[in-house]
Ligand binder design. Structure first.
Ligand SMILES: [Mg+2]
Length: 236
């Protein structure tokens, strides 16, 4: 990892080009935005990002695997029949794809602009991630209680509901968004607290699907967690 960047700060010579080009996948899967903001390598990374994460090459296969494996697990759970077996889905980059936004914003290379992203969210046109829609429907059909737990703001509830329905998601039990006084909590804490409330309510969290580790780790973790790929950004 460090080797990839060992010469990148020395200038735009051929060696730095090779160094950056040698491990772009590691850059996007393991590094934080601090690397992506590098003035020296930023433009090169952006060009690599476009090649790697264009709609054609985006890792749909990994999502297929996630959907299939999660579906198999969901089918193996012994239901008690009391309606307390639950499955949690994150929304962004789990059920809905913001790839159209990131195509226009450097695939995560640009510094995140909350205002611009909010405008995109408020259009309500994020497409479904097809393998996730398949899993979602399977989980519903099996009889799980479905909780949608998102870092989106409460003020985006209506547009989020409309976007989800238009993308094919229906019949969830509860949609949980961040209240105004929760805006500054780390995602791991915010989502843990919401899972804690579910467990206190008697729910057994059987599965949890999310694209960030902060969707999955913390307290009241699910019996089985399913991590989707997200090479574009990281949320602690
Ligand atoms: Mg997400």
């Amino acid at each position: 990892m460090d080797k990839c960047f060992s010469r990148s700060g020395e200038g735009k010579d051929s060696a730095s080009t090779e160094a950056v080009g040698a491990c772009p996948v590691l850059i996007f899967t393991r590094a934080g935005r601090s690397y992506l903001r590098s003035e020296v390598v930023g433009m090169k990374l952006e060009s690599y990002a476009f090649r790697i994460f264009s709609p054609v090459m985006y890792p749909e296969k990994l999502r297929d695997i996630h959907s299939e494996e999660a579906s198999i697990f969901a089918s193996t759970v012994d239901f008690s029949g009391d309606g307390k077996d639950a499955w949690i889905f994150d929304i962004d980059e789990t059920l809905l794809s913001n790839l159209p936004y990131y195509i226009d914003h450097g695939f995560g290379v640009e510094v995140f602009d909350h205002s611009e992203f909010d405008k995109w969210v408020e259009r309500g046109v994020a497409p479904a991630i097809a393998p996730s829609l398949k899993l979602y429907q399977r989980v519903i059909d099996l009889g799980y209680r479905v909780f949608l737990l998102t870092g989106r703001k409460e003020s985006h509830r209506l547009v989020t509901v409309e976007n989800l329905i238009n993308a094919g998601f229906q019949n969830w039990d509860k949609l949980i968004l961040r209240a105004p006084d929760e805006q500054h909590k780390l995602a791991t804490l915010y989502k843990s607290e919401k899972r804690d409330e579910m467990v206190k309510g008697g729910y057994r969290i059987r599965g949890n699907s999310g694209d960030q580790w902060s969707d999955l780790l913390g307290s009241s973790m699910s019996q089985r967690s399913f991590k989707l790929p997200n090479p574009m950004y990281y949320i602690p």
